[in-house]
Design a protein around this ligand. Structure first.
Ligand SMILES: *Cc1c(COP(=O)(O)O)cnc(C)c1O
Length: 354
């Protein structure tokens, strides 16, 4: 894209012609998007693939949610909202709180008790959101939020807000802008199933605009303990270490299944063990620290590769949806142990076997 100065840092300005905004829309931005598409040559060689990671953890609040939030909050303000509300497993609340703070409006966050990671909670509180923790799961929290917005003048900023998807589709635009084409496969974690639909919409709009010839196969991965789209029915008590995709009844599930099918892709499940193995692998062998849910995309690619799903040399982009620092507790509890030693040179050298 051509560089028009500081405002070009704002996603809404860069992709204005593809977004539902007008000159009257106030642009509430934190300079989101323009995230790197990092080649992963070592892992790619091991897998026989041309592998890339879309580093969405490098957005302003550390997840892709910022792409949708810039639009949802801007349009909310244009429509007169004085407050935003969301139910959240964490990243939506961190993002909503930051953008509402930037806009100077109230932010209300309803989170499921005990299931939000330290980094995300720290963000929501510090950005000034009013955080209510309900004794229930995400789906119950979302039901409460839906009932509130039906009755009170508060803007909903969960991904059932269509502006969220409009903003998030720009992730697909950026991938095509940097590759000059779509990859063969786009691999993405699936929770409430907004983002997979947003990417699919983005690729299709670029094709309709003549900026893209062929579409990618969309491959989405749920966590095995929270895999309603794979099982074919809602899951009452979703359980997974990947809290960002711990969702039992996705708001956009059917639409996601349609997108996967229409693209010649799939939606499958990966276990927590597979997720953690991929999470540690991408951090240790490619220098990229993502949160556990994000690693479901790579875990899925590794699993499908072992089943002979890909052709040698296929180009695969894994969307790494959020930053690893969001969830320090999982990193430390699953990671290598720290060795404790006296402040003594000989002891240190002995332990290191140098
Ligand atoms: C929100 C989120 C997801 C899931 O995205 P959906 O649109 O709900 O499918 C995956 N990873 C991270 C880090 C997230 O914050």
């Amino acid at each position: 894209m051509n560089n028009k100065g500081p405002r070009d840092q704002y996603l809404i300005e860069r992709y204005r012609r593809f977004l539902p905004v007008s000159d009257d829309t106030p642009v509430i931005s934190l300079a989101e998007g323009s995230t790197p598409l990092l080649p992963a040559p070592r892992l790619g060689e091991q897998l026989g693939l041309e592998l890339y990671f879309k580093l969405e953890g490098l957005n302003p609040t550390g997840s892709f949610k910022d792409r949708g939030m810039t639009l949802a909050v801007s349009k909310g303000i244009e429509e007169g909202a004085g407050a935003v509300i969301c139910a959240s497993t964490g990243n939506t609340s961190a993002s909503a709180a930051a953008y509402a703070g930037r806009a100077g409006i109230r932010c209300i966050v309803i989170i499921p008790e005990g299931k939000i990671t330290a980094g995300k909670l720290a963000q929501a509180i510090t950005h000034g959101a009013e955080v209510l923790s309900v004794a229930g799961n995400f789906d119950q929290a979302l039901n409460i939020v839906r009932a509130i917005v039906d009755k009170y003048p508060v803007q909903l900023v969960n991904s059932i807000n269509p502006y969220r998807l409009e903003g998030q589709k720009t992730g697909a635009f950026e991938i095509v802008d940097s590759l000059g084409k779509a990859p063969d496969y786009l691999s993405i974690p699936v929770g409430n199933a907004g983002n997979i639909n947003a990417y699919w919409k983005g690729f299709n709009e670029y094709r309709e605009a003549g900026l893209l010839d062929s579409l990618p196969h969309m491959i989405g991965f749920q966590a095995a303990g929270a895999a309603p789209l794979v099982l074919g029915h809602p899951v009452d008590n979703p359980e997974t270490i990947a809290t960002a995709i711990r969702i039992g009844n996705p708001a956009r599930g059917d639409q996601a299944l349609d997108a996967a099918a229409a693209s010649g892709g799939l939606i499958e499940a990966v276990t927590d063990d597979e997720i953690i193995a991929a999470y540690q692998l991408v951090a240790s062998s490619e220098g990229t620290f993502c949160e556990p849910a994000s690693a479901a995309s790579l875990a899925g690619v590794i699993k499908k590769q072992s089943e002979g799903y890909f052709e040698e040399g296929d180009m695969v982009v894994c969307v790494l949806t959020g930053h690893g620092l969001k969830d320090p507790d999982t990193a430390i509890s699953k990671g290598r142990e720290v060795t404790h030693v006296a402040a003594d040179l000989d002891e240190v050298v002995k332990i290191l076997a140098l």
